[in-house]
Design a protein around this ligand. Structure first.
Ligand code: SF4
Ligand code: SF4
Length: 388
């Protein structure tokens, strides 16, 4: 067994000695399904039973393995400090390597990733659709040091492509010299990794590394929390040589260097921490610094925020495999946001925007769900905003 699987076995073993199981109170999947097997302890017990041969890795076991958002919320209250989310991700990989089939819902995503380099069954050429008028931003190797890595969902979901447009516009206003891969961009592999298809992930990683290294860039900026976590943590060679920044960190630096400023706007907003940006990457302050740079803006925190923030319910293949549970988890997050009295719920991940918007509409909420760059770019079009 490699290090990842050894760690998985250790987590399962350590958890079996725990008598409390109190972590499940924080688990959004358990709180919707109320099944012990769909809790951190239940899943760890399954890992242990499969490893010692007491349980066959059959379809039911596979379904349980995929009943986790990999959100790490439980880990904040785990008495043993266990990395349950990493153990579950490794367990998915273990099951696939032992011959288990991907869930049919996930197999379609994997097939699309393999054929088109994105999970949304869109052609490779469609990836540049969002960038009308930005063809001159195609990265020329050796000419530009910053790559804006857009990611599949921002580039291909027509309801979200105002996100990359807004970030490009903010970078233009701040005078940043950046380049795009456009149709040559390939999925970072986050989806493949989270669903345990490690061969597919490695294929995408190799292809991406080759293309990115071929550009000679020194920095990568991405607005997608999933791409950020994946490029920074699952591409160890690349992230050693190239600085990877989330757009919130990048914008925060632009503001600190007096390259961007925003006009006064009296508005009450709340901020949702995407799991991949918060608990997985420890980026909590940059988005808040950015928001608080807007004069007149009031930022109100939800009952659960930062390390204990509720997951939007959209992560790690759960939205595809357990759509109803995902929607209920998202509706709870919308209710929390409404309780703050904010007019706008701002977040910084395309999946969170997609999931929370869907839930807001399903529960008839008046709350506006906006991506941070879009919110800022709209402000900067108002009188007085933009660059210095
Ligand atoms: S608190 Fe930690 S060790 Fe205890 S049951 Fe939960 S995950 Fe296992
Ligand atoms: S990662 Fe999230 S969904 Fe998975 S067990 Fe932990 S709290 Fe539950």
């Amino acid at each position: 067994m490699d290090a990842e699987l050894v760690q998985m076995a250790e987590v399962a073993e350590a958890c079996s000695r725990c008598r409390c199981g109190c972590c499940k109170d924080q688990c959004p999947m358990y709180s919707e399904l109320l099944e012990e097997s769909i809790s951190p302890k239940g899943r760890n017990a399954l890992i242990r039973s499969v490893l010692n041969g007491a349980v066959e890795p059959d379809e039911r076991a596979v379904r349980i393995a995929y009943s986790c958002l990999l959100c790490r919320r439980d880990e904040q209250s785990c008495v043993a400090g266990l990395r349950n989310s990493d153990a579950t991700e490794a367990f998915r990989r273990y099951l696939i390597e032992k011959g288990a089939k991907l869930l049919p819902e996930h197999a379609a995503l994997a097939k699309s990733l393999d054929n088109y380099g994105n999970p949304w069954q869109e052609s490779r050429a469609a990836r540049k659709r969002w960038a009308k008028g930005l063809q001159d931003k195609k990265l020329v190797p050796g000419k530009t040091s910053t790559l804006f890595y857009v990611g599949c969902t921002f580039a291909l979901d027509r309801t979200l492509d105002d996100g990359p447009k807004a970030l490009a516009s903010l970078m233009d206003k701040a005078g940043v010299d950046y380049g795009l891969l456009l149709e040559d961009e390939v999925c970072c592999g986050s989806t493949a990794k989270r669903i345990g298809d490690i061969k597919l992930f490695e294929k995408l990683r190799r292809e991406n590394e080759k293309r990115i290294r071929g550009t000679g860039v020194e920095n990568i900026v991405t607005a997608c929390a999933g791409c950020f976590k994946t490029l920074e943590q699952d591409y160890p060679d690349l992230s050693e040589d190239i600085s990877i920044m989330h757009s919130t960190q990048f914008i925060s630096e632009l503001i600190a260097n007096d390259k961007l400023h925003f006009p006064k706007r009296e508005v009450k907003v709340t901020y949702h921490d995407p799991c991949h940006l918060g608990r997985h990457s420890d980026v909590y302050d940059a988005p808040r610094r950015v928001l608080l740079s807007v004069p007149g803006l009031e930022l109100v925190e939800m009952k659960s925020s930062r390390q204990t923030a509720r997951c939007c319910g959209g992560g790690a293949g759960v939205k595809t495999a357990y759509p109803e549970v995902s929607q209920k988890a998202a509706a709870k997050r919308i209710r929390e946001a409404e309780e703050t009295g904010a007019e706008v719920l701002i977040t910084t991940c395309p999946f969170c925007v997609q999931t929370l918007r869907g839930a807001a509409s399903a529960v008839g909420s008046k709350l506006k769900v906006e991506e941070l760059s879009v919110f800022l770019d709209n402000l900067s079009h108002e009188r007085g905003g933009g660059h210095r």
